[in-house]
Design a binder for this molecule. Sequence first.
Ligand SMILES: Cc1cc2nc3c(=O)[nH]c(=O)nc-3n(C[C@H](O)[C@H](O)[C@H](O)COP(=O)(O)OP(=O)(O)OC[C@H]3O[C@@H](n4cnc5c(N)ncnc54)[C@H](O)[C@@H]3O)c2cc1C
Length: 297
Amino acid sequence: MDDVIIIGGSFAGLAAALQLGRARRKVTVLDTGLPRNRFAGHSHGLLGHDHKPPLGILAEARQQLARYPAIRLVNARADSISGAIDDFSVLTGDGESLGARRVILSYGVADQLPDVPGFAESWGTSIVPCPYCDGFEVAGQHWGFVWAGSQSHQSAKLFQHWTDKLTVFADGHDIAPDIQADLARRHISVVDGRIIEIAHHKGHIATVNLDTRRTVAVDVLFAQPRNKPSASLHESLGLATVDTPVGIALRVDERRQTSMPGIYAAGDLTTPSLPSVTQASSQGAMAGIFAQQSMLV
Ligand SMILES: Cc1cc2nc3c(=O)[nH]c(=O)nc-3n(C[C@H](O)[C@H](O)[C@H](O)COP(=O)(O)OP(=O)(O)OC[C@H]3O[C@@H](n4cnc5c(N)ncnc54)[C@H](O)[C@@H]3O)c2cc1C
């Protein structure tokens, strides 16, 4: 039996494994190899790893974990969890049945990209979600921003720290008159109509095409689509969730324990609206430490 099974072996899951391996706990990490930022050429903002390919950072992390004999990395999907604290069972897609005293859920979220031609092809290249991740490289250029609701007002204000050429695409939303007035005061133009196509060359955006027959040229498009957890294991366990503007998040306490004793969670699964490799790594490390401490006798 393992001390801990970690489901999702990306930034959060591997950070948890590192702490547990160093604490000489027996750990199995199950992972399907699809981190959320796999579409991006470079990852930004992680100290010591800035501007490196995300898959390269993860490959280096896996190599470093090979130092720790108690950590087993398995390329497999976790299909189900049952049991209770000190005696959990996890069944993998390969039919392997594993037992552990604790489980850490770090399987991330999947972005629900709109069914607009060109959008998925440009995602991570010239359509990006977060200015802290990709804003510096395109500062001062013409940014488009897909409005997603009243929470987008704050984002539009934030973006002005990177560029003074910002166009908001209402994309079918009614933007309240007071917000429209504030955007006008900030010289942020608002384009009405729904986006029906992203014209691009190999993922590099050329124009945003609207159902009003208008086409608008931008250098980069920021969009924050809704997302959902990458697996449904938390549903079958009946874990408590909270709503965020972009999707649900698993509820955790200050020791990263979910509503079920012995099940911990970390990364985008718990903070989908503030996606960050730094935060996922930090939360994963803490989940590992708290899971380890909970097993002291
Ligand atoms: C386009 C884009 C660019 C980004 N750029 C940056 C950036 O520059 N800097 C930054 O800090 N953040 C960036 N982010 C955010 C970053 O990707 C996330 O915050 C980070 O990946 C979260 O890490 P995580 O470990 O929680 O989840 P993920 O990295 O999404 O990993 C979850 C892992 O769980 C696995 N998994 C899923 N289901 C199962 C299952 N049932 N069994 C086993 N394994 C499973 C998946 O395959 C995956 O490997 C970006 C996001 C996007 C979409």
